[in-house]
Design a protein around this ligand. Structure first.
Ligand code: ADP
Ligand code: MG
Length: 702
């Protein structure tokens, strides 16, 4: 049970003054938490950190305030000059002066009564805003703040700027966040006093206050004590919950899985190629884990196209030889079906029965799969999250494989563990996660790496091209398609809204229709499963030669004879994503091309990203560059969130804290495995604050 003390933070944000349902939806786009469909809560807002400040400390006096500068001025109100009656296009002006000169405060569409009250003639006031000089005359249009001289204290001289989304006003967001921070209850310190001292951390509440009411722009640096404190808290919450899950999953001993190798060798015989050295090596490591009585918890890391699927299949074969069942979970339905298409023919040659289970199987079909899983008639099942949901019962699930998971959290791990006999677990990822990140995301998992590409792969040529030259490009694509090449055309990523993203995809589809006609298909996230499959199938079979797609095809889709990928507005994508997308081509034996279409002018970071893409295909190099670039300031208005999977912690700044947090978590749980001491109870609060409370349920008295 969650302590009642935390209730204010778990209330929906619509309980804040000034936030209705409509604004709440907009705010949901800026909070750093992965809401996964739930409503935003007050506690999500406290971790929405400002990315910069408006510094109003410059108080030069009217005559010395330069054009365009943000200044704060102490002035006396001289006279009001309303616009002539009936002429709304002329602004309302209020003339003010100080020792250095005179200027106008300018208001469009103003209400006279309101301004008269705000700026009484003869009074001293403080105004803050942007100076504008026009024909030698100074003015300030719509000052950001106006306060009476005796209320000077209420005017914020350093004002936080938060990430915004279309339609959301900074004032509304700022006010909502201020209210949220004020609702943080008094909490007991959960950190070890020694760490607090060594790191000179403020308290949790102080840290929030410093970040949300900065006294100086340096308060907002990820290296500030306030931010580091929160990052440490988040790491600690993560490490404690991983350690709890680990302790629990280890308690359920696995069982040794060995086989006679017969299924494995029939599958190998059916393969049209032989395994690469690193595939063989990874498989040896997996088989060794399977043979041990402890549970396997292993990460299989391999760049796109490195051939993880066949390794997974051979591991499944071993599980079946040992008398059990295996399940492979993919993040999307498309991928699940694709795995099925790869795996089923091979597995069936070895006499195995393979089934699929996603949200889409219904009625008889579904009932049959469920029955096959319960009776043991199905040996290997491929699917989506549905695999580990309530009604699914396995006869004897001994191996669970999770593919392409950046989002594989504690939650999934527990769901899988709940399906019975402490199955061995293999997580496959194409993200070339650096070692530090493996630690944050997965705790101390064992790692196997596929670091060579299957023989015969051709390098991918990467070209950057400004959007103005799109006609030229379309011409070239037309000849390529006529020669029989297959082309992916990826539509721009639109962060603000899936709606706009869809629009841009169908716009592109329509504009290319006269060129490609029926040889072009479209696939996007809002399509029904069957429609998506059909679009993918048509592309795979060659009925269509051009596939317009939103980023739904990002992970794992395998069409080996696709040789060209065009990525529109490539400057909007992150490096990791560009790399993933590019990996859709270069999977066959023909040379491939990746065209990065960008819109001028490019920012510095975008420029670097595109040139990294041109220079290398090495996923690990790209991942390292990605971390570096992300450190170098985000574009204004983008979300200021942490490293994937985190709300405030940023691995590129805070990695030194991570190992400390891990050791701290271990020590804590050795001394107090059920978090019952004073500090243990405080740590429970921490778990709730950072949404790691699934782990609390594992505690005896949780
Ligand atoms: P990923 O690691 O991205 O999931 P896949 O498992 O989808 O990669 O494999 C990509 C392609 O490489 C598939 O078409 C697969 O059949 C092929 N492949 C896998 N292993 C080898 C190999 N050892 N030699 C040649 N081709 C291979
Ligand atoms: Mg794959």
């Amino acid at each position: 049970m969650r302590p009642a003390l935390l209730d204010p933070l778990f209330a929906p944000i619509t309980t804040l003054e000034g936030i209705g349902p409509k604004v709440a939806r907009m705010i949901e786009n800026v909070v750093p938490a992965d809401l996964g469909g739930r409503e935003a809560r007050v506690g999500d807002l406290i971790f929405t950190l400002p990315h910069s400040v408006i510094d109003r400390r410059n108080r030069p006096g009217i005559a010395l305030a330069s054009d365009g500068a943000i200044v704060t001025l102490d002035v006396r109100v001289d006279r009001h000059q309303p616009p002539p009656r009936g002429n709304r296009s002329v602004p309302y002006r209020v003339y003010v002066h100080d020792d250095t000169g005179e200027m106008a405060l300018t208001f469009f569409h103003a209400h006279a009564a309101y301004l008269e009250k705000l700026l009484p003639e003869g009074e001293m006031v403080i105004v803050s805003g942007r100076m504008e000089w026009f024909n030698g005359r100074p003015s300030m249009v719509h000052p950001d703040h106006i306060a009476r001289a005796d209320e000077a204290g209420s005017l914020p001289l350093v004002e936080p700027v938060y990430p915004l989304t279309a339609g959301l006003s900074i004032k509304v967001l700022r006010r909502a966040i201020a209210q949220s921070v004020a609702r943080v209850p008094d909490l007991l310190e959960w950190l070890d006093p020694e760490i607090v001292r060594r790191q000179t951390f403020p308290t949790f509440t102080e840290a929030l206050q410093r970040l949300h009411s900065p006294a100086d722009p340096t308060d907002l640096s990820p290296e500030s004590a306030g931010w580091r404190r929160l990052a440490y808290d988040e790491f600690l919450a993560g490490q404690v919950s991983l350690a709890l899950v680990r302790a629990r999953t280890r308690r359920l001993a696995g069982r040794p899985l060995t086989g006679d190798g017969s299924l494995e060798s029939s599958i190998r015989d059916a393969l049209p190629y032989s395994l690469t050295r690193s595939q063989e090596h990874a498989l040896d490591e997996i088989n060794a884990d399977l043979a041990k009585p402890e549970r396997m918890l292993r990460l299989l890391q391999g760049d796109v196209g490195s051939g993880k699927t066949v390794v997974a299949l051979l591991a499944c074969a071993r599980a079946v030889e040992a008398g059990g069942q295996a399940a492979i979970m993919a993040p999307t339905e498309i991928l699940a079906r694709q795995h099925l298409a790869t795996i089923a023919p091979l597995a069936e040659k070895a006499g195995l029965r393979v089934a699929i289970l996603t949200g889409r199987e219904k009625g008889r079909e579904r009932a049959e799969v469920l029955e096959g899983l319960a009776s043991g008639a199905v040996n290997i099942v491929v699917g989506t999250h549905a695999l580990f949901q309530e009604p699914v019962v396995y006869k004897d699930l001994v191996l669970a494989i999770v593919d392409e998971q950046h989002r594989f959290g504690v939650h999934q791990r527990l769901a899988i563990t709940a399906k019975g006999n402490a199955p061995d677990m293999l997580v496959m990822t194409a993200t070339p996660i650096p070692r530090t990140l493996v630690l944050t995301a997965f705790g101390d998992m064992d790692v196997s790496r596929l670091n060579e590409k299957p023989a015969g792969r051709q390098p991918i040529k990467t070209i950057t091209l400004p959007l103005e030259r799109i006609d030229e490009l379309v011409g070239r694509m037309r000849s390529a398609a006529a020669e029989g090449q297959k082309i992916y055309w990826i539509c721009p990523l639109v962060e603000e809204s899936e709606e706009i993203q869809l629009m841009s995809a169908s716009d592109r589809f329509n504009s290319l229709l006269p060129v490609f006609g029926t040889s072009m298909g479209l696939v996007h996230g809002r399509m029904k499963g069957a429609e998506k499959d059909e679009a993918m199938r048509a592309f795979k079979s060659g009925e269509t030669r051009v596939l317009i797609a939103t980023t739904v095809i990002e992970v794992g889709v395998d069409v080996p004879d696709a040789t060209i990928i065009v990525i529109e507005h490539a400057e909007r994508f992150g490096l990791a994503q560009l790399h993933q997308l590019r990996g859709r081509v270069g999977r066959g034996d023909r040379p491939s091309t990746c065209v990065l279409l960008y819109k001028d002018p490019l920012g510095e970071t975008a420029k670097r990203r595109l040139s990294v893409m041109r220079d290398t295909e090495d996923g690990f190099v790209i991942a390292e560059e990605d971390l570096k670039l992300r450190g170098e300031g985000e574009i204004l208005g983008t979300r200021q969130s942490g490293t994937p999977g985190f709300q405030v912690a940023r691995i590129e700044y805070h990695s030194d804290l991570l190992e400390t947090a891990r050791d701290d978590a271990r020590l804590l749980l050795t001394r107090d495995p059920d978090l019952e001491s004073e500090r243990g109870k405080a740590v429970r609060m921490l778990l709730y604050l950072f949404g790691r409370d699934e782990a609390v349920r594992l505690l005896r008295s949780g």
